[in-house]
Design a binder for this molecule. Structure first.
Ligand code: SF4
Length: 154
């Protein structure tokens, strides 16, 4: 089960996409100096298909992607909702920001278009820092392309 704390439209988290970021709670990761400690708590509203439907309906002319921020404790739900979005809302892409250092094993036909990996290390910064340990991959035709460099262009 996934719960979420908030949602917001974001422009920079996924290059070339206008994303609706859903901030998932119950984060199981233990990044030192966590930047969002409230997301580690068991708080928020259960993220249902109905909420996804209503949200996409509300923002359908503004967004191109649904971005799950977190959800490492329940990858099955991330994948299940991503399949649902692909089937029910044609044209909307799906992305997942994981805090894990390794890409979990995914089915070849998994519905995600993007996946970000890597714990938060304050001294290395986020994706927009060239020293970052984090990576953003574009998943296409069963291949993954590291597009982290897109955050470093001036
Ligand atoms: S992934 Fe790391 S930085 Fe993000 S909420 Fe979880 S512990 Fe905090």
């Amino acid at each position: 089960m996934l719960k979420f704390y908030s949602m917001e439209i974001v422009f920079q988290e996924i290059p070339d996409e206008i994303s609706l970021a859903i901030n998932i709670t119950n984060c199981p990761n233990l990044c030192p100096n966590c930047h969002s400690p409230w997301l580690r708590e068991d708080i928020g509203e259960v993220l249902t298909r109905e909420i996804i439907d209503n949200t996409i309906q509300k923002y359908k002319n503004q967004i191109t992607c649904i971005l799950f921020m977190g959800g490492d404790h329940s990858l099955e739900d991330i994948i299940d909702l991503s399949y649902y979005i692909k089937e029910s809302h044609k044209g909307i892409k799906t992305a997942w920001y994981s805090g894990q250092n390794k890409i979990p094993k995914l089915q070849p036909n998994n519905p995600l278009n993007y996946i970000k990996t890597g714990e938060y290390q304050e001294e290395k910064g986020g994706l927009n820092n060239p020293k970052t340990n984090q990576r953003l991959y574009k998943l296409e035709n069963q291949e993954k392309q590291d597009i982290t460099y897109r955050f470093w262009k001036k």
